[in-house]
Design a protein. Structure first.
Length: 198
């Protein structure tokens, strides 16, 4: 299987916005996100990234098909729900580079693409010479969640090997509709951070 990885910055990504929207809906429908997404919401969400000239998109192609993607942008471009925990804990969000989603179709996993996503985003953040911290957040689900697959393994160990530390004091909530729920509910999200120079 021959995959090609390409990077784009903000506006250069516009032609692939619908591809990424469909990919997010597909991948995030699985546990732990259980996201009941819509193309309308995705269009609005992703436009903020496309409009940001300092946003990075890392896309994975199988031929002409987009099968994976990862995003990153300065934290001060992000929504208030993501900035608030850092502001409340004394961080200057202008020093923080935020990693958005990493999504990859199941049949393409296990080939090192997850590491490539982090490599590309960390290198991009360093290229500015002004960021001190990289971060991302992950949803917190109870271990006895009824839709948790028996063989589910969280990514915590992978993230720790990449040098990231779970920061329970940096927590927020974000609303979306779960696949088994009739309406949106709040979901706890916890950030992981790494010093950019580390």
């Amino acid at each position: 299987m021959s995959l090609i990885v390409k990077t784009f910055t903000g506006p250069g990504m516009a032609q692939y916005k619908d591809d990424l929207a469909r990919l997010r809906i597909t991948v995030f429908r699985d546990f732990p996100y259980l996201y009941e997404g819509t193309m309308a919401y995705e269009a609005s969400y992703l436009q903020r990234y496309v409009d940001c000239p300092e946003c990075l998109f890392v896309l994975v192609f199988d031929g002409e098909k987009v099968v994976g993607a990862s995003t990153a942008l300065p934290m001060d471009y992000e929504a208030d729900e993501f900035k608030k925990p850092f502001i409340d804990n004394g961080f200057d969000v202008r020093d923080v580079f935020y990693f958005g989603e990493s999504v990859l179709l199941p049949e393409y996993r296990g080939q090192g693409i997850g590491h490539r996503f982090f490599d590309e985003r960390e290198a991009f953040a360093r290229s500015f010479g002004r960021f001190e911290l990289t971060t991302f957040c992950a949803v917190e689900r109870p271990t006895d969640h009824p839709l948790r697959p028996a063989k589910y393994r969280p990514h915590d160990e992978f993230w720790r090997k990449r040098g990231y530390e779970k920061r329970p004091e940096l927590a927020t909530t974000f609303d979306w509709q779960d696949v088994d729920q009739p309406a949106e509910t709040a979901h706890p999200m916890v950030f992981w951070t790494r010093a950019l120079g580390a």
